[in-house]
Design a binder for this molecule. Structure first.
Ligand code: CP3
Length: 354
């Protein structure tokens, strides 16, 4: 283990939990903690597009910091988006309100993959600048003596490829799987090129002060175990290994992954993110004892009455059993319309009970 990891592990319960070291209480943060459910975010969003926020370090840092402080969580995830690396690769996209990302010319042929650029990852440096600002703001211990964790992130090769190939969100991933099954050369080259850009991007983030990198393979659950193993495991393992070589732990997360967890664990990720469909103890058993886990409250329970919500929080903590290596989180992102007070209440309960 690198000295850097041991160093930050001493001061942050979030990083310690990622490394399965003992902590004074369970650390807590939320996927999509800075988002449209939060009035402070909507106030900023009134004057900026999503991409403007991502590409303006002062604003991205402000949004990141405001969410972490408002909620009182133990980690701040940098405000950015999975698709940002598409721009320096030469893939144009936009966010269409209410529809999510749209790629104008989806990548579906070998020639298109061949034309993707991998030499301009430095253009993503605005994300590193945002991280620097956040790290500076949170330098030094908080009132409880703990150092707030700073999370950088990137997409996993499969999930990013699916956006490039489908041109947006998808239900059946037909075009993505068509390329996987019918054009191994294009798929292999696409995985290689994404890997090159993602490793450089993650390195910028670590250099800027990210304590941990989360790799989002949000849509890996669309794959059978056999297809995940054949087409995605090797490039994802390479990504995880090369991020860990930068001296930080890796959290690897996808949705609807109960059947994939043991295989996802083969990437060597330090932490597996669990979605809410799998009971936490069962998910942890599948991930194995040598792995930390993050999760896994159903984000929609945040709409439930207090007694139901509290019982669900207690259940997640009970299933974690107080073992080192649990990070409390949701099983996926906070959705628009979620009552902010309920999110804050969950943080309070985890602090009391975890
Ligand atoms: O605090 C945070 O977590 C916010 C930072 C963040 C964003 N995107 C900003 C954002 C993070 C960690 C992401 C990651 C991301 N982006 C993922 C992986 C996480 C997951 O949900 O599985 C994915 C799949 C994307 C791609 C993406 N970006 C989609 C599919 C959408 C539309 C979905 C929606 O909620 O409308 C986005 C838009 C987006 N990225 C929003 C935010 C806050 C909401 C739209 C807005 O503010 O206009």
């Amino acid at each position: 283990m690198s000295q850097e990891i041991q160093h930050s592990a001493g001061s942050s319960r979030f990083v310690r939990a990622c490394l399965r070291q003992p902590v004074d209480r369970t650390p807590v943060w939320f996927l999509r903690q800075a988002g449209r459910y939060m009035p402070e975010y909507m106030a900023v969003r009134k004057h900026h597009t999503l991409l403007d926020i991502c590409r303006t370090p002062a604003v991205a840092a402000e949004v990141t910091i405001t969410a972490a402080e408002r909620l009182g969580v133990d980690a701040a995830i940098i405000f950015a988006d999975l698709l940002l690396p598409f721009t320096p690769m030469g893939v144009d996209f936009e966010f269409v309100n209410g529809e999510g990302p749209v790629v104008h010319a989806p990548i579906r042929s070998f020639e298109q993959v061949k034309a993707l650029r991998t030499d301009r990852a430095d253009e993503l440096n605005y994300v590193a600048k945002s991280i620097e600002k956040v790290a500076k703001h949170f330098a030094g211990p908080r009132t409880d003596g703990d150092q707030l964790g700073i999370i950088g992130f990137c997409g996993a090769p499969f999930t990013l490829a699916s956006y490039m190939i489908e041109g947006g969100s998808s239900r059946n991933y037909i075009e993505t799987k068509k390329m996987m099954y019918s054009d191994g050369a294009a798929w292999g080259m696409l995985m290689e090129k994404l890997l090159t850009v993602l490793v450089a991007y993650a390195a910028q983030q670590v250099e800027a002060g990210a304590d941990v990198i989360q790799v989002f393979d949000s849509w890996a659950g669309a794959l059978s175990v056999a297809d995940y193993r054949q087409y995605c495991l090797a490039p994802t393992t390479e990504l995880v290994k090369r991020i860990q070589a930068l001296g930080v732990p890796v959290i690897y997360f996808g949705v609807d992954t109960a059947s994939l967890l043991t295989t996802m664990r083969e990437t060597g990720a330090d932490v597996l993110g669990l979605d809410w469909r799998v009971p936490l103890d069962e998910g942890w058993r599948l991930a194995g004892p040598g792995c930390a886990v993050q999760g896994n409250l159903d984000p929609i329970t945040l709409f439930a009455p207090q007694d139901v919500l509290k019982a669900r929080v207690e259940e997640v903590l009970r299933l974690a059993g107080g073992k080192p290596g649990h990070i409390f989180n949701l099983g996926h992102g906070i959705v628009p319309g979620t009552p902010v007070d309920n999110v804050i209440q969950v943080v309070e309960w985890v602090k009391q009970l975890g």
